[in-house]
Design a protein around this ligand. Structure first.
Ligand SMILES: Nc1ncnc2c1ncn2[C@@H]1O[C@H](COP(=O)(O)OP(=O)(O)OP(=O)(O)O)[C@@H](O)[C@H]1O
Ligand code: SF4
Ligand SMILES: [Mg+2]
Length: 343
């Protein structure tokens, strides 16, 4: 495989608060490769956005960060804001949930895309505009040449998000970080914006970090998936391994809570019972223990390490990964009884 563009190692982020220290990210590591998509999944509060903000150097001042984030071999943690801004501007693009936060209401959408192109390349105004229209076409804006002259408020949310994606492509980035980029949109529009993201990724051949709490939208897009729980990666693997051979009960629970195409649509979805732990006073042991149908005594005593399981590059953090092989569905199917699981 190609050299990684971004390498994250043992990243930890905490925030001092009046209630105590919030351990938001507790040892995240992964590599991003050109042309590949890493999906990052996990419930609200699992540390996905804080991980992304740490990589971009956009955390609030009070955050305490440790570990390593290397872009093309160069350490980013500890760099001055000015230097980081330069790297972000020319190599790392980010797409957030709310497109209005990224668009300027007083300029036309074409102008905004062209502006990024001009900043990055030595081209004439006409050439920048032409390329801007091309990019708007790639992300699926109909009649792009004409619509480029519109202002953001003349666009729907989904169309605005496509403009943001075009802007994110405009500097020909090495890394694109999409944080819940399709979340606020309704299902049909979500699928279209996902297509726009795929087109952007194919055109730029950037490495992509695709963050969403909805594991379902990752199928058919992510090459690898990292599942996070309570600030830690609890499973990492190819998209097939995560979907078809999950080895961590939390991943199994996330999968079980997805709407299924192969069953009656009237069947209620099964969210994982309970809620994630407070990140201020984390008890020892596996943070999933109170919600886990497989939990045994050791689970509340020792936090499991992320370790290799069956499948190339596949890793899971669970004392009982082996017991899960081929039994995922059964385990979460009926919130099964203890005797059935442990007997
Ligand atoms: N500035 C801050 N000060 C204190 N705690 C923070 C701060 N920013 C984030 N946190 C906490 O860090 C944890 C991780 O938050 P994060 O935003 O990364 O979650 P997330 O996985 O992106 O969730 P979501 O799916 O809701 O976007 C949460 O418990 C959050 O409350
Ligand atoms: S370590 Fe124990 S509590 Fe944690 S996921 Fe595995 S079985 Fe469940
Ligand atoms: Mg988030």
């Amino acid at each position: 495989m190609s050299e990684p563009v971004l390498e994250v190692e043992n990243l930890t982020v905490s925030f001092p608060t009046d209630e105590g220290t919030v351990q938001a990210v507790r040892g995240v590591g992964f590599s991003l490769h050109p042309g590949r998509v890493l999906g990052i999944a996990g419930e609200s509060g699992s540390g996905k956005s804080v991980t992304a903000l740490a990589i971009m150097g956009l955390l609030p001042r009070n955050a305490r960060v440790a570990g390593s984030v290397r872009f093309r071999g160069e350490e980013l943690l500890g760099k001055r804001d000015r230097d980081l801004a330069k790297i972000r501007g020319s190599h790392i693009s980010v797409i957030f949930q709310d497109p209005t936060s990224s668009l300027n209401p007083v300029y036309t959408v074409g102008w905004q895309v062209a502006e990024v192109i001009s900043e990055h390349r030595n081209v004439s105004k006409d050439e920048a505009w032409k390329r801007a229209v091309e990019l708007l076409e790639i992300v699926g804006i109909p009649r792009a040449a004409e619509r480029a002259k519109s202002y953001p408020h003349e666009f729907s949310g989904g169309m605005q998000q496509r403009v943001v994606i075009a802007t994110a492509m405009a500097n020909d980035p090495d890394v694109i970080i999409a944080d819940e980029a399709t979340t606020a949109l309704d299902v049909t529009v979500q699928a279209q914006v996902l297509e726009a993201l795929k087109a952007a990724q194919a055109e730029t051949q950037a490495a992509m970090m695709f963050i969403t709490h909805d594991l379902g939208v990752m199928a058919g897009f992510a090459d690898e998936i990292m599942v996070m729980y309570a600030g830690k990666p609890v499973e990492y693997g190819s998209t097939d391994d995560i979907f078809y051979a999950p080895r961590m009960p939390y991943t199994v629970g996330l999968l079980a809570s997805l709407p299924r195409l192969d069953t009656d649509a009237s069947e209620p979805l099964r969210p994982i019972p309970g809620s994630p732990p407070s990140l201020v006073h984390l008890p020892p042991g596996c943070p999933f223990t109170p919600r886990c149908p497989l939990a045994q005594a050791i689970c509340s005593q020792e936090e499991p390490e992320l370790r290799a399981v069956e499948g190339a590059g596949h890793r899971a953090a669970c004392h009982f990964s082996e017991e899960l092989a081929g039994r995922g569905e059964e385990i979460f199917a009926a919130t099964a009884t203890d005797s059935e699981l442990h007997g």
